[in-house]
Design a protein. Structure first.
Length: 283
């Protein structure tokens, strides 16, 4: 798969509704976020009964207007009896851009609270490949993985998702906004190009990966089947797709803790095959 395929929204894993979730009672945290909403919708298509919670009031209201069961998150509305699955998708993505203490608290303490509140069924947590790196985001999600692993839960799964094209925090969304709403009239976008490369998939691939992982044994999993693409190729594909003739951009350095090439695991970790060719268990 090439950069243009990702830019055009072509799926990596060919996701589809899953009959295994038909009739299951599921909770989705962060249901107003990019990944959370995708998980919510895929569960509905799979025939599950789904409840979504989020701290984003406007997003909850929008979902209620769509006739969906969405609730403003508080200490009580996550105590839902008889849950079969909880998909924990709420998190601060760009920890470094927010109040550091608050962001790390949300990514770590909030995970602990859900482990305590939701005691039934399988808990599936959306993590990130950045957990194998040294960025603030990566360290906070690595702690979440450890918290879940040490919780004593029998049914617990963490999935290290890779970059999702056109998610709310994706650089592709920023580039698209730049190319369609202002272009060089508002200056050139800040882009890390050169030798920088990242793993990519679509939001629907991320949701499908989380649902598939929910059927596996407890553990932490890595998405190993996503294509790794040079960011210069992604920028060129975006320019061609949105007919942006100015290929110029402002080159910037990497954020603290980021690397030119992301890894799926740390040096201490190893990968073990699963029933899925594109997902491996981290041991």
């Amino acid at each position: 798969m090439k950069a243009i395929d990702i830019v055009l929204g072509r799926s990596v894993f060919q996701p589809k509704p899953m009959v295994e979730y038909k009739g299951k009672k599921c909770l989705v945290t962060g249901c107003c976020g990019s990944i959370g909403r995708e998980v919510f919708d895929l569960l509905l298509k799979s025939g599950a009964y789904v409840v979504g919670v989020d701290i984003y009031e406007n997003g909850i209201v929008k979902m209620l207007h769509e006739g969906l069961d969405a609730r403003l998150q508080n200490a009580n509305n996550t105590r839902i009896d008889g849950l079969d699955y909880t998909f924990h998708c709420s998190a601060y993505k760009h920890v470094i851009t927010g109040e550091k203490f608050e962001a790390v608290w949300w990514n770590n303490v909030d995970t602990t609270q859900y482990i305590d509140r939701v005691t039934e069924g399988t808990l599936v947590m959306a993590s990130t490949d950045k957990a194998a790196g040294a960025s603030e985001m990566g360290r906070s999600k690595k702690r979440c993985e450890r918290i879940l692993a040490e919780s004593g839960r029998n049914n617990r799964v963490s999935v290290r998702l890779v970059n999702c094209a056109y998610s709310s925090g994706s650089v592709l969304s920023l580039w698209k906004d730049f190319m369609t709403k202002g272009g060089d009239k508002v200056g050139y976008p800040s882009v890390c190009l050169g030798s920088v490369s990242r793993y990519w998939m679509q939001l629907k691939d991320a949701a499908y990966s989380l649902l598939m992982a929910g059927l596996l044994e407890s553990g932490t999993y890595a998405i190993t089947g996503a294509p790794k693409i040079n960011m210069s190729e992604m920028w060129t594909a975006m320019c061609e797709t949105y007919q942006w003739s100015h290929f110029d951009c402002k080159l910037v350095g990497l954020q603290k803790g980021d690397a030119d090439h992301e890894n799926l695991t740390t040096f201490e970790e190893k990968l073990e095959e699963t029933s899925l060719t594109w997902m491996h268990k981290i041991i």
